[in-house]
Design a protein around this ligand. Structure first.
Ligand SMILES: [Zn+2]
Length: 340
């Protein structure tokens, strides 16, 4: 097996023996599905090839990574199966988590987004005859990393937030604006701290999809366990700035509960009223409400609307000129104590 030397963002040298693909790290690109393995240091002017040599990155360097054709697509639903496309499989895990597998039928590579439960992941992998190659963690909570070590066998690399020291088995630490490429489909790493300090999201712009963990939920957001209101609000604003047609793959089916809270703070929003009815109908049929579209969230999710909805501002008793982070904090505290 070829032995590959990587220089990480913090200057550590790692050995990686199992990728057959290319990998860019830190401020550049992480790629893992083409012919060579490449990672940059924290300096944007260098990258390290699979044989350990260091070369300058020139303006054409990104072109070394093949981008998938427009046939690459994610489904807005439970599963997509299309030759030449990445497939996303979504399945329930534990009590109310969703597990995700991203699979490239051309290369056979398969990524798990978080690992709530190794048993469920193994079942879904075995069902399809897929072999796990990558784990993409969003943050350290046990219902997101609990299956890491049970799923990490030879050939499986664990990616996770650089600003989180508690990701079991982590191999590659990712920072804000790193980009990784799964079979050429680029994913931008977004720092969306607030739920935890080191929370990241994986945004695939070409696939119009974002895997956001517990940062943003359908009609809600995660509890603020570690971050600050300003940090969390900044993260939500960044997510809010993604295109409206981005599918938001969050980690929990909390939407009905979130809907009750949303209705308590913005009951006059017609888009919210309509969406709540749709959610009730979906759940009554046993269907998931995830993924949702960012445009829906912008129109209805109170945690993205505190600075733009006068009704929400009034309901949380925001003062004239109160900033978005402060209104977000009031909403978050109110939701923490909501018994609707
Ligand atoms: Zn969490």
């Amino acid at each position: 097996m070829q032995r590959l030397l990587l220089m990480a963002t913090v200057g550590l040298i790692r050995s990686v023996s199992s990728f057959t693909s290319s990998l860019y790290a830190a401020k550049s690109l992480l790629a893992f599905a083409s012919s060579s393995l490449v990672t940059s240091s924290s300096s944007p002017s260098r990258y390290y090839t699979f044989d350990g040599s260091c070369q300058p990155i020139n303006s054409n360097s990104n072109n070394r990574l093949s981008r998938r054709s427009s046939s690459t697509s994610f489904s807005h639903g439970m599963m997509s199966k299309s030759a030449g496309s990445l497939e996303v499989v979504q399945f329930p895990c534990l009590g109310d988590n969703y597990g995700y597998l991203i699979h490239d039928p051309k290369t056979g590579q398969t990524a798990a987004v978080d690992t709530p439960c190794a048993t469920s992941y193994k079942r879904e992998l075995d069902k399809r005859g897929w072999k796990l190659t990558h784990i993409l963690n969003t943050h350290h909570h046990s219902d997101h990393v609990g299956g890491n070590m049970a799923l990490k066998s030879e050939g499986v690399k664990v990616f996770g937030p650089a600003n989180d020291g508690n990701i079991p088995g982590i191999d590659v630490r990712l920072a804000d604006n790193d980009t990784l490429s799964f079979s050429g489909a680029n994913a931008v790493v977004m720092d969306v701290g607030g739920h935890t300090r080191g929370h990241i999201a994986y945004y695939f712009p070409e696939e119009k999809s974002a895997f956001v963990g517990d940062s943003l939920f359908a009609l809600g957001c995660g509890r603020m366990f570690e971050g600050t209101p300003q940090q969390f609000w900044t993260s939500l604003q960044r997510l809010r700035n993604l295109p409206d047609d981005t599918s938001i793959y969050c980690a929990h089916e909390y939407t009905e509960s979130n809907a009750r809270f949303a209705m308590s703070v913005e009951p006059s929003n017609p888009n919210l009223v309509r969406r709540v009815e749709e959610i009730k109908a979906k759940r009554a049929r046993g269907e998931p409400t995830v993924p949702s579209l960012l445009g829906e969230e912008k129109a209805t999710n109170p945690f993205l609307r505190g600075d733009i909805s006068s009704e929400i501002r009034n309901n949380v008793c925001a003062s004239e000129g109160e900033d978005g982070a402060s209104i977000f904090h009031k909403l978050r505290l109110r939701k923490d104590n909501f018994r609707g």
